[in-house]
Design a protein around this ligand. Sequence first.
Ligand SMILES: [Zn+2]
Ligand SMILES: [Zn+2]
Length: 333
Amino acid sequence: MTISCQAAMESAKPLEPFNYEPKDLGPKDIEIAITHCGVCHTDVHLIDNDWGISSYPLVPGHEIVGTIAALGSEVTHLEAGQRVGVGGQAGACCECEQCEKGQDIFCGSSIYTAVHDFGGFATAIHVDSRFAFPIPESMASEIAAPLLCAGITTFVPLRKYVNSTSKVGVIGVGGLGHVALQYANAFGCEVTAFSTSPDKSDEAIALGAHHFVNSKDPAQMEAVAGKLDFILSTVSADLEWGPYLGALAPNGTICVVGVGETITIPAVPLIFGQKTITSSLIGNRSDFKEMLAFSAMHNIAPRVEVVPMSQAADAINQVRTARLGHRIVLENK
Ligand SMILES: [Zn+2]
Ligand SMILES: [Zn+2]
C-alpha cells in the first residue's frame, strides 16, 4: 500500500504532497485509516527543527484519529473498524524499568510520533497497538484529535495537583489554556484565567473560569497575590515569573506545560513561600485512557476548525503566525 501525506522536505519548508510505502505490520502493530489529525504548535517546532530532533521528509501530526484497517497477528484487544486515537508517543519497549513502572513516556526506546516515524498528516499510519486508544462512543473525532495533545497535556498535571477545594490559575487562553480551563472547572476548582488579552475575558468565563485577570495590569495581578494553590502555565512565550509566584499561596505550585526558551525564577519569593516550580510532559498510556473517559463524561470540548487535509500547509501557516484561541483539525474526506 502507499500512504499519501503532507510533508516538509527540508527544515522550515512549506508542506507538500509526499507518498511512502510503510513497513510491514509487526505482530503488535495496527494500521489506522486516518480520518482526522489536529494541528499543534509542536508541528511548527518539528518542521523548523527547533529542537534538533527532526529528520526529513518530515510528516507532522500527533493528534491522530481514525479507524483500524488492519491488525498484526498478536493484537487481540482491538478490532477492525474500531475508532482509535494516537498522540505524541507511538511506541515504547513496554519492558524496561520505566515502562514497568507505568512511566512509558520516559522509555529510552520511545517512538515519538512524527519524530522517529512519519506522522498523521496522512491517509494512514502503522503504529504499536498499545499506543492506540479507543475513542469514547459519544466523542466526535474532531474533538478527540486535539484532546490527544492539548487534552492530555493539561489534564495530567491538573489531576495530579488539584482537588475540588483548590484555587487554580491558568496562564493563557489559547490552544492549551482553553482546554485547561474546562478541566479545572470540571475538577470542581475555583478557576482564574490569566491572559494578556483583556478581550478574552468573556471567552475564558464561558469556558469555565470564575475570574479573569489581565496579566499586563499590575493592579489586577496584585489583587490575586497569595490566593492560588496551583497555576498551570500553557503559553509558549517566556514569562516574567515574579508576579505569578506572588499569586501563589504558601506551598503553592506552578506547573509549566507551554514550551518557552528559559525559565528565570526569583529565589526569595520561591524560598520564603516554600513554593514549587514543576513541569509535565503529555501522559502515559493509562493517563490517555483516563483523560478520554473523563473528557467524554464532562463534555470537555476543544474549540475546533475542521479543514481538509489538503490544506495542511495553510493550517501550519496559521498556527505559525497567529495566536489562535482554537485548534485546527485536518480531515480526510
Ligand atoms: Zn501537540
Ligand atoms: Zn521501555
